[in-house]
Design a protein around this ligand. Structure first.
Ligand code: PLP
Length: 411
């Protein structure tokens, strides 16, 4: 069915060769986009072309291949800068993914700014990657982790958040969009409130960047992180955005090649931004592939993507809510395209296994957000997560699969 929004989804799906296959004799319905997204042909071609024609290490070479790969690598940095509307390419650090970006901030900014008795504020809906690095830091420094509670819809309790801020708060780290619930957090208000206390804010944008336009300057966040593989790019590449003033003042994290200006046994001086944080040979092909993914998204338009997904989410929510015995986990008023649910009397893994046999790929488990599961009194959920290449027919296939699950368990 054509989308009522401006996306030509039929044409878009042709850009993703993996979607055209069958599993167990059924057309693949890929609804596991929050775990990782599929790659358009242009990203696959960019990776192949790089290895076929340009592969060389960057920055230090004088030969043609090295110059070409360096140019493509740095051009991709410019694409990320424009994609996030960052002020300067010096603010874009390439890392392995959102997880590594958060650890980098914890181990550099955190270690130099957090002392015994200080506090770090996160939320109750964070992915483990935005919990554990802060716990590790708190343990090392004797600091305290404060957690913003969430309500029964899966929304942050903003008034409680404001009460957590005080003159011991050193950092606020919250997700832009929850991977387990789909909640879109009021990050603009969070940043404003934290800044009133002079507290910097890290936004985990792993689940936001694939679904909506993100403008780090308009948000005024201090750090923003995301992973390439969730935004239709390759695995093993991600981005840390940081305000130049903060990055400049932070000590380097990993030591090695490329992050230095000069090395003697007596003293090493460090390279300028962004290279100070990019020790060793980076994931060159990954960076260039991410650049191709961003070009592709730019061409489609994030506003059109968001509108299409909101339409799908509304349709999916209506359909799932009408199924007897199904409980949606995460019913925030502001949501991105995640449908997490449990079915009465059915283990989420069993539901996902039966759906798989119907060709419907969803995820079951705690989604690396065990505290969220605890908050809602479940051990796991089944999660369907949508991307702009999904359609209402995909949702219909999910619903038909869930009816099959119910029939099997009723028998
Ligand atoms: N943050 C959120 C909200 C996520 O959903 C994920 C992954 O699912 C991550 C961080 C970690 O991303 P990665 O494993 O790509 O580093």
């Amino acid at each position: 069915m054509p989308s009522a929004t401006s996306l030509d989804v039929t044409a878009i799906r042709k850009d993703f060769p993996i979607l055209a296959q069958q599993v167990y004799g059924k057309p693949l319905i890929y609804l596991d986009n929050a775990a990782t997204s599929q790659k358009p042909q242009c990203v696959i071609d960019t990776l192949t072309r790089f290895y076929k024609t340009d592969n060389a290490n960057i920055h230090r070479g004088v030969h043609a291949l090295s110059e070409r790969s360096t140019l493509s690598y740095e051009a991709a940095r410019g694409k990320v800068q424009r994609f996030l509307n960052a002020a300067d390419t010096r603010e874009i650090i390439f890392v392995r993914g959102a997880t590594e970006a958060i650890n980098l901030v914890g181990q550099t900014y955190g270690r130099t700014h957090v002392s015994a008795g200080d506090e770090i504020v996160i939320s109750a809906m964070e992915h483990h990657s935005n919990i554990v690095p802060w716990q590790m830091l708190c343990e090392e420094k004797g600091a305290v982790l404060r957690v913003i509670p969430i309500n029964d819809r899966g929304e942050l309790e903003f008034d409680q958040f404001e009460k957590l801020l005080n003159n011991r708060t050193r950092l606020v780290a919250v997700s832009h969009v929850s991977n387990a619930l789909g909640t879109i957090n009021p990050v603009r208000g969070i940043i404003r409130a934290a800044h009133a206390w002079n507290v910097p804010v890290l936004i985990d944008g792993a689940q936001a960047v694939p679904h909506m336009k993100v403008d780090v300057r308009s948000l005024d966040c201090d750090f923003y992180v995301f992973s390439g593989h969730k935004v239709f790019g390759p695995t093993g590449i991600g981005v840390l955005y940081g305000k130049e003033k903060l990055l400049e003042a932070m000590p380097p994290w990993q030591g090695g090649g490329d992050m230095i200006q000069s090395v003697t046994f007596g003293k090493t001086t460090y390279n300028d931004l962004p290279y100070k944080f990019e020790a060793g040979t980076p994931n060159i092909a990954g960076v260039i592939g991410l650049g191709a993914a961003i070009d592709y998204l730019d061409q489609i338009g994030m506003d059109a993507i968001e509108a299409h997904e909101q339409e799908l989410l509304a349709y999916g929510t209506r359909e799932l809510e009408s199924i007897t015995g199904l409980r949606l986990i995460g019913t925030a008023r502001e949501k991105a395209s995640v449908l997490s649910f449990v079915i009465e009397g059915v283990h989420p893994h069993d539901a996902a296994t039966i759906l798989d046999r119907e060709g419907v790929a969803v995820r079951a488990g705690h989604h690396c957000a065990q505290p969220v599961m605890e908050r809602f009194g479940v051990s796991a959920t089944t999660r369907a997560s949508l991307a702009f290449y999904n359609t209402t027919e995909d949702i219909d296939a999910l619903v038909a699969g869930i009816q099959k699950v119910r029939e099997i368990f009723a028998a």
